[in-house]
Design a protein around this ligand. Structure first.
Ligand code: ASP
Length: 576
């Protein structure tokens, strides 16, 4: 994207960070915050003034009470810095502003922490004074990068004919699998609006309405436990297309992600590949495979078909090979075993590979042929470590997938951006407490046409026309072909234990719409904060949100959530 030229206006004639040797001799006014002050004798001070473009040194004569974070306007003449004082590390390091006339636009109290990337203040203090925190270079960089990313995404979507349409914030529940935030309705005491977990149903209605291609940077709200990659509220690129295949949706979204990456870091990622869900699970033990590194899961079940080793009499046995891991200490191996157990394995079998033997407490239970097959199958070399898990397929995949990440994954933003589509998710990913299948994506996802019959007989085997976009081991977002026929929708509801009356009361408006000419449609949504965090090299999405909540859902800046006035409660018809 072309750089926009920043034209100084108002009180300033130049930006601090823009001054160069070619400006020497010019009379300028800059505005900003006092970044630092160094005294030089009694009546001379070097004041660094900062705005969002950088800092410039101002040489101030006479006594001025100028302290950190005072807001100032400095007017003077750009001049060469005296020999020996040039700072090659600073873009403005060759020049300074001399003969300065100082105007204090607003004095400031000493900041609660220094405005510097070098000093890391406590999280809650940073959030309490977020407006100071956001002055730091890192935060300026992150939020400006975010701005470039959203702008590139809008341009990309609009270049493909998508129309930006808003959907309501006060609405009825859209099930995306999280808890809802609710808002009491004053005009209908005892009733509540729900804040959208996503615009899912509205965007489907927009397809019925003939908009054909919709997008929105939609704020969504989900009441879930907060983590590094999750806040209560987040923004997603939400999109929907009529008469489209998964490949169409994926190509549009791939373009917006590529343009966003280019706008953020100046490089276009390689073309985004695709892997089937079942292969991702089989090879990486995860539906969000981190494909920046190998250490793939190795199938060994058949090797132990006739085994005499009780721990290996299991439906699935898999391994990973940790190159050079043969020197892991016993206590490290014990730690890994504990982790494997926490993650659901009955145990972890480890094998240190030596030149002509395998060293392991389990080795004596294995036959010579088994040992030989393990060596060949895993291509183990002397000095490697093999970690093996036996159990249900779900467990061997899951535990080894996590061990693989634990032992191999680079920090999330290292090693480039490896985007991947994971396609053909299952429709359901398990049963809830009442034994009803739970939608892996959401209830509006179209089953694979070949698997419709299985909905009643073997729901967990039903494939969905659903796909995720994954980058460096993070799930960026999900999408699917939607159900657009009332009869199929009811079948999916019924498979999930939602009978027609309940379906009618919760989703009657959608089922109605399906009866009035609903085109086939498909869509996608991905989290802007997750994408921006990765592009900015941040591990926590809080660093790319202007005003985030703490891990416990608290906002130290405004104090939210707070109790409300008893009169307001009364008006809302609420009693605590
Ligand atoms: N509504 C889904 C979500 O928010 C995305 C989609 O299916 O388009 O995860």
């Amino acid at each position: 994207m072309a750089e926009i030229e920043l034209v100084p206006m108002g009180l300033r004639t130049r930006y601090c960070g823009a001054l160069r040797a070619s400006d020497i001799g010019q009379e300028v006014s800059v505005c900003g915050w006092v970044a630092s002050r160094r005294e030089h004798g009694e009546h001379l001070a070097f004041i660094d003034v900062r705005d969002h473009t950088g800092v410039v040194q101002c040489v101030v004569d006479g006594a001025h009470d100028l302290r950190s974070e005072f807001v100032v306007r400095m007017t003077g003449t750009v001049r060469q810095r005296p020999e020996g004082t040039v700072n090659p590390n600073l873009p403005t390091g060759e020049v300074e502003i001399g003969d300065v006339e100082v105007e204090v636009l607003n004095p400031a109290e000493p900041p609660p922490f220094p405005v510097s990337d070098r000093v890391e203040a406590d999280e809650s203090i940073r959030l309490r004074h977020r407006y100071v925190d956001l002055r730091r270079d890192r935060m300026q960089r992150n939020l400006r990068l975010r701005g470039r990313v959203t702008s590139a995404i809008r341009q990309s979507m609009e270049s493909h004919g998508f129309v930006d349409i808003g959907t309501p914030m006060l609405t009825a529940a859209t099930p995306e699998g999280a808890r809802d935030f609710v808002v009491p309705a004053r005009l209908k005491p005892g009733s509540f609006y729900v804040l959208p977990q996503s615009p899912q149903l509205f965007k489907q209605l927009l397809m019925v309405a003939g908009f054909d291609r919709y997008y929105q940077l939609a704020t969504c709200m989900r009441d879930e436990d907060l983590r590094a990659d999750r806040q209560f509220e987040f923004v997603q690129l939400d999109a929907e297309m009529s008469f489209a295949t998964p490949a169409d949706v994926q190509s549009v979204i791939s373009d917006s992600v590529a343009r966003a990456t280019e706008a953020a870091v100046g490089e276009t990622p390689p073309e985004i590949g695709r892997i089937l869900w079942v292969d991702a699970m089989e090879r990486f033990g995860s539906d969000k495979p981190d494909m920046r590194f190998g250490m793939e899961l190795i199938e060994l079940t058949d090797v132990f078909e006739q085994t005499g080793f009780n721990a290996f009499k299991a439906p699935s046995i898999k391994a990973i090979r940790v190159e050079g891991g043969g020197d892991f200490t016993r206590s490290r191996l014990d730690e890994l075993t504990d982790k494997a157990k926490q993650w659901g394995a009955a145990g972890l079998v480890w094998i240190r590979v030596k030149d002509d033997t395998l060293e392991s407490p389990s080795a004596m239970f294995l036959s010579a042929e088994e040992i030989e097959s393990v060596r060949t199958r895993t291509q183990a070399q002397a000095g490697d470590l093999l970690l093996m898990v036996a159990g249900e397929l779900r467990v061997s995949r899951h535990v080894l997938g996590l061990l693989r990440m634990h032992l191999g994954a680079p920090p999330v933003s290292e090693g480039g951006f490896h985007f991947t589509w994971v396609d053909e998710f299952p429709l359901f990913d398990g049963f809830d407490d009442e034994g009803r299948p739970q939608a892996a994506h959401h209830l509006f996802t179209m089953p694979h046409p070949d698997d419709l019959e299985l909905l009643e007989t073997d729901p967990l085997a039903v494939r969905a026309q659903a796909y995720d976009l994954v980058v460096n081991g993070w799930e960026l977002g999900s999408g699917s072909v939607r159900v657009h026929r009332a009869d199929i929708q009811q079948k999916v509801f019924s498979a999930c234990g939602i009978e027609p009356e309940e379906a009618e009361s919760r989703f009657g408006f959608l089922m109605d719409a399906f009866r009035y000419g609903a085109p086939p449609h498909a869509g996608f949504a991905f989290g802007i904060e997750r994408l921006v965090a990765i592009l900015a090299g941040e591990d926590n999405i809080r660093e790319v949100v202007a005003f985030p909540k703490t891990q416990s859902g608290f906002d130290p800046l405004t104090g939210a959530p707070t109790p409300i006035d008893p009169r307001a409660l009364k008006e809302l018809g609420l009693k605590l």
